[in-house]
Write a protein that binds this ligand. Sequence first.
Ligand code: HPA
Length: 263
Amino acid sequence: MSLVDDIRAQAGEAPVRAALILGSGLGHLADTVDGVSIPYDQLAGFPHAGVSGHAPKLVIGDLEGVHVAVLGGRAHYYEAGNPNAMRLPLETVAALGAEQLILTNAAGSFRSETPPGDLMLIEDHLNYSGLNPLIGEATDRRFVNMTDAYDPAIRTKLTKAANSEGIDLLSGVYAWYSGPSFETPAEIRALKILGADAVGMSTVPEVILGRFLGLRCAAISTITNMAAGMSDEAISHEHTKAMAPLGAAKLERVLRRYLKDLA
Ligand code: HPA
């Protein structure tokens, strides 16, 4: 039995409409989905997603009236040096019918207008790592058009959903830095000059894969800290995890409203 057949046997045949990848602080949203939960380690080929603060399981079911596939937990490039680590999970949700992919992450902000605790809607990205999950892909499909990679229509709907909830949702450019070390202040100054508004260690390879698979993509960052050199606060993973719930509560409201409007 193929992986997708196996998942359908457990979760039912109904096609999913949207896929979500949940980053730091949002893992519990997966637990509120009315459906079936399958740990990654029961899905052959799914990555070991071992970062504390993430819950590695695939949940398929209904969230605010929309049939969704939630990838609770992601494998990051920095875990094993593989920018393609999320390919099978994304191929799987695409095969299950997903038309759109909504991603969340934690990020460090460069702007006082988006301080820790705020959300940032990603309008575009800077692939500062230079890595690409499609290196080695042998077909011409590898030449993916990354214009409007962050779907303008979905962005408009997410902004509307945030407005309805009374939540500020400024847009900005997200830069992908490989991690796992945080950036130096000099790197942050460089990224700022290059046009980034926030930095993080995920999402970009997933959006490249998402576009490769024909998924309409959108992403929101929860800002957990000011980026290196921009405040006196010490940057750490513990701090990121401690701050993530602040924005996550808002992000959950935005996502629920977005899905409700989609239903
Ligand atoms: N840099 C990279 N990744 C992050 C940060 C940061 O400052 N904050 C949360 N994730």
